[in-house]
Design a protein around this ligand. Structure first.
Ligand code: NCD
Ligand code: ZN
Length: 348
């Protein structure tokens, strides 16, 4: 069979993205809205989004940044802390302000200092979420400094996720940006109440790539990329078409100066070529027809939302990812694969 040169799918969604705020929001939100109809917007702003009121205001700022023509719908999340008010959370969910809540173990990643220090502290919140079927989105890494950074996801499964799912047998959970074969196997072994997002960078890079010819700060994110065997397990899972795996870019822009630093921060800005790179992965696996399930069907099915109207077509065509995106005056963000050639392009 000849390799396909065109992929048409329902308009896709990004089930995990960081849009930030202010000048950065204005620069990056239209880039996500270009390719995705909806996105689950992460709440880890410098001042985290912890209340329904704050989420409502943030949603307005996002709509200001992308325009209000109805082409893009931000789906808001609540940043859980030790002090989250279950009532405000559930009221926000019932009102349609919150689609889900995000669990950052305190200290696990960028802007997670006010995250949850101990799962016991959010028991009432988790009970309420289980009751109302509000999805819990989890950054699945332990923060124990004794645990090797490459093992933090696997250890999280054992120490936190397994007991959590046993304690809350109906809680709906998305294991975000999985990076290991352990996580793939774990998610598969659960019922339909557990799903996982897979980023495009974890499908394309392994931990050796972080040191290709020197240290590569723009390939550093959390959870950090793992060994090649894990990357291969992620590719197999994402391209399987199974309903428990769906698209979440974790596109996480940071100013160049914060990445190219003696202590460079975590986060990969993949939005400028994310959909095209996912298409390339599926095409390279010989299953371009499965991109639609991963990018446009499995996520809505898990979240109980309708699939999007309309379609998007990708064509087999080489183009070069821009090597920088300007942010206000003088600022820059460097995209994932900036300056490199991608073999698929969204048709106009
Ligand atoms: C994210 C960020 O920069 O906000 N960074 C990252 O490396 N992925 C936070 C996160 O999702 O862990
Ligand atoms: Zn993230």
């Amino acid at each position: 069979m000849a390799a396909s040169t065109e992929i048409t799918l329902r308009r896709p969604d990004d089930w995990h993205v960081h849009l930030r705020d202010g000048a950065m929001l204005n620069a990056v939100a239209p880039i996500t809205a270009r390719a995705f109809a909806r996105a689950i917007v992460m709440p880890n702003l410098v001042d985290p989004v912890t209340t329904a009121a704050a989420a409502g205001q943030y949603r307005e700022r996002i709509l200001d940044a992308v325009g209000r023509d109805g082409g893009f719908t931000p789906l808001m999340t609540c940043y859980l802390t030790d002090r989250t008010d279950a009532e405000d959370l559930c009221a926000g969910h019932a009102d349609g302000v919150f689609t889900a809540a995000k669990l950052y173990p305190a200290g696990a990643t960028t802007n997670s200092a006010s995250g949850v220090t101990d799962m016991a502290r959010i028991r009432p919140v988790l009970e309420a979420m289980q009751e109302t079927a509000m999805p819990l989105l989890i950054h699945g890494e332990v923060t124990d400094p004794e645990v090797d950074v490459f093992d933090r996801e696997a250890v999280f499964i054992e120490r936190v996720l397994t007991p959590l799912l046993a304690d809350f047998p109906a809680l709906r959970v998305v294991f975000e940006h999985i990076t290991t074969a352990d996580a793939v196997a774990f998610v598969r072994a659960q019922g339909p109440r557990v799903a996982a997002t897979v980023t495009v960078h974890h499908l394309l890079i392994n931990r050796t790539d972080l040191f290709r010819g020197g240290i590569r700060p723009h390939l550093y994110c959390l959870p950090v990329a793992k060994r090649e065997a894990h990357r291969l397990a992620l590719v197999e899972a994402a391209t399987s078409g199974e309903g428990c795996f769906f698209l979440g870019t974790d596109s996480a822009p940071h100013p160049v100066a914060d990445k190219e630093s003696a202590c460079g921060c975590a986060g990969i800005f993949s939005a400028p070529a994310a959909l095209e790179l996912y298409a390339q992965v599926f095409a390279d696996q010989g299953v371009p027809e499965r991109l639609e399930a991963f990018a446009a069907l499995n996520g809505p099915a898990f979240y109980g939302l309708p699939v999007n109207e309309g379609t998007v077509t990708l064509k087999r065509e080489d183009w070069t990812v821009p090597d920088a995106v300007p942010v206000a005056v003088g600022g820059l963000v460097r995209p994932f694969m900036g300056g490199e050639v991608v073999g698929w392009k969204v048709a106009d």
